[in-house]
Design a binder for this molecule. Structure first.
Ligand SMILES: O=P(O)(O)OC[C@H]1O[C@H](OP(=O)(O)OP(=O)(O)O)[C@H](O)[C@@H]1O
Ligand SMILES: Nc1ncnc2[nH]cnc12
Length: 171
């Protein structure tokens, strides 16, 4: 199946000059979503994760079904103020804004093998922050995987673990 045929490119969203790769059209098609998850699972399985960490929010749409399929736990890396209990956070800077992500302090046990999952890699800021936050918790981050990679932004240069994407775009 050609998964790219299920992703809609929307010009000038959310601001002029940005070509937005919209996964809504893929999620609407049960077969396409299933194929995407199955192919991502085939990549992730080799890293033998104990847990998958999903980046809020679109990352959850892949990380959660992948965790069920692979039989591992799922933990959420969330935008600030969403998680109850003791949390650890990390501030990071993107191309034109700064942001913060948080995890529960007991999200994964020290030494756990964790693969970080998101829908899309652009500048790499979000995924790289997720990796650093998990390391603060003592996790062994073994890989990072996304459905989409915007190769022209070279975000993978920021990712210091093995990185794989299913679909690459050059513009
Ligand atoms: O590689 P980067 O430049 O960091 O960009 C990629 C991130 O941007 C999008 O999330 P967004 O912040 O738009 O949030 P959402 O998932 O809640 O839509 C996307 O889902 C990735 O998480
Ligand atoms: N161009 C883009 N399309 C969809 N999601 C994004 N997140 C960051 N850049 C994006």
């Amino acid at each position: 199946m050609d998964l790219k045929a299920h992703i809609r490119a929307v010009p000038d969203f959310p601001k002029p000059g940005i070509l937005f790769y919209d996964i809504s059209t893929l999620l609407r098609d049960a077969d396409a979503w299933q194929v995407a998850v199955t192919r991502m699972a085939d990549v992730i399985r080799d890293y033998k994760p104990d847990y998958l960490a999903g980046m809020e929010s679109r990352g959850f749409l892949f990380a959660a079904p992948l965790a069920l399929k692979l039989g591992c736990g799922f933990t959420m890396l969330r935008k600030p103020g969403k998680l109850p209990g003791d949390v650890v956070g990390l501030d990071y800077t993107l191309e034109y804004r700064s942001d913060r992500i948080e995890a529960q302090a007991d999200a994964v046990p020290p030494g756990a093998r964790v693969v970080v999952v998101d829908d899309l890699l652009a500048t790499g800021g979000t995924l790289s922050a997720g990796i650093r936050l998990l390391r603060q918790l003592g996790a062994d981050v073994t890989a990072a995987v996304t459905l989409i990679e915007l190769s022209f932004l070279s975000g993978r240069d920021l990712i210091d673990v093995p990185f794989a994407s299913l679909l690459q775009y050059d513009s």
